[in-house]
Design a protein around this ligand. Structure first.
Ligand SMILES: *[C@@H]1O[C@H](CO)[C@@H](O)[C@H](O)[C@H]1NC(C)=O
Ligand SMILES: *[C@@H]1O[C@H](CO)[C@@H](O)[C@H](O)[C@H]1NC(C)=O
Ligand SMILES: *[C@@H]1O[C@H](CO)[C@@H](O)[C@H](O)[C@H]1NC(C)=O
Length: 304
């Protein structure tokens, strides 16, 4: 009995000490009291890309907002391609619909948003956000990259590309120093099938892929959220150390998984084991028309 009492008192003392510690530091420690949280991944919203017209893409964005609002997510991340053509009416439709999300949604750019320095600047104005950003949440660090400038070799992007790599490495280093778990999000897929596959439209070119994957492995990243592919699937590292979550979004899908949203539950500081993902179809989307053929005439972000 005495032993049990001592143990209980010890645990209580430990919990209050831990509660103090939690408020003092941003990091995540397996010893600390952890506040579980939920977040979501929205795929390419890409107003103007759907087979049934931009108004219907906008309608599905509205449905996504309703679905997100009915959940208790702490935040969501939209992984780029907010409109298809940056036409005024598409941007306006996005701006008008976006406030329907009552949950904070972090916006990322895709190749349809940014393909030169002028559109990079325009993106920041249109959506009042930076093209790349990072934030902390309950001991986790979310690093949101602009994969367009990260992987492009366009001469005009050069200072942006260089600055973003420096920023990315600095973010990883400082998150690690604080003891935070790291989650990445960006538009393009690092790879689709194997880490050493040849260059393709959907993925990071080999020119930068190795450097990126080395950082991912060195900093113990286990989760990467992407879009661009218009399919919904998970891709695994050859050593299973991380998962790439691909979600099609609400404009077009090229597979059989329809429109939908990825839901994530984070239940501990161990991001390797305690981040769970569930794909949920977009509710109320009457028209689930699969895309015929693959896209063409997409903005080019490379020098030739
Ligand atoms: C767009 O959605 C509306 C309402 O759901 C539907 O009636 C209409 O047929 C759709 N448009 C096309 C081109 O499919
Ligand atoms: C732009 O973002 C800033 C900082 O997040 C915010 O304070 C401001 O209200 C936003 N402006 C508009 C027009 O939404
Ligand atoms: C730029 O990158 C693309 C894709 O990685 C490559 O095909 C192309 O040769 C590169 N161009 C220059 C000028 O480096």
């Amino acid at each position: 009995m005495k032993g049990t009492f001592g143990f209980v008192v010890g645990v209580i003392a430990c919990i209050s000490a831990v509660a103090l510690a939690v408020s003092e530091k941003a990091g995540c420690s397996k010893k600390d009291v952890f506040n579980p949280f939920r977040f979501c991944q929205l795929g390419d919203i890409q107003l103007g890309f759907g087979l049934d017209g931009w108004q219907n893409d906008t309608h599905r964005m509205h449905l996504a907002a309703q679905q997100v609002n009915a959940q208790d997510f702490d935040f969501c991340i939209a992984v780029g391609d907010l409109t298809n053509d940056r036409f005024d009416y598409e941007i306006r439709a996005f701006q008008d619909t976006f406030p329907e999300f009552k949950t904070k949604v972090h916006l990322l750019p895709g190749n349809h948003d940014i393909n030169d320095v002028a559109t990079l600047k325009q993106f920041k104005l249109d959506y009042n956000v930076s093209d790349h950003t990072a934030f902390s949440h309950n001991g986790y660090r979310f690093i949101l990259l602009d994969s367009v400038t990260l992987m492009s070799n366009l001469t005009e992007f050069e200072p942006y590309t260089r600055a973003e790599w420096v920023w990315f490495e600095h973010e990883l280093k400082s998150a690690a120093k604080r003891g935070e778990e790291i989650i990445l999000a960006h538009h393009h897929l690092p790879f689709e099938f194997t880490e050493d596959e040849p260059d393709a439209y959907w993925t990071f070119p080999n020119r930068i892929r190795g450097k990126y994957l080395e950082l991912v492995k060195n900093y113990g990243v286990h989760h990467i959220l992407v879009g661009h592919r218009h399919e919904t699937k998970n891709i695994y590292a050859s050593d299973n150390s991380f998962t790439i979550y691909v979600v099609a979004g609400t404009a077009r899908f090229f597979d059989d998984n329809g429109f939908g949203i990825n839901y994530f539950d984070v239940s501990s500081c161990d991001s390797a084991t305690d981040v769970s993902q569930e794909y949920v179809h977009l509710q109320g989307a009457g028209l689930m028309k699969r895309s015929e053929g693959l896209p063409n005439g997409c903005p080019d972000i490379f020098a030739h």
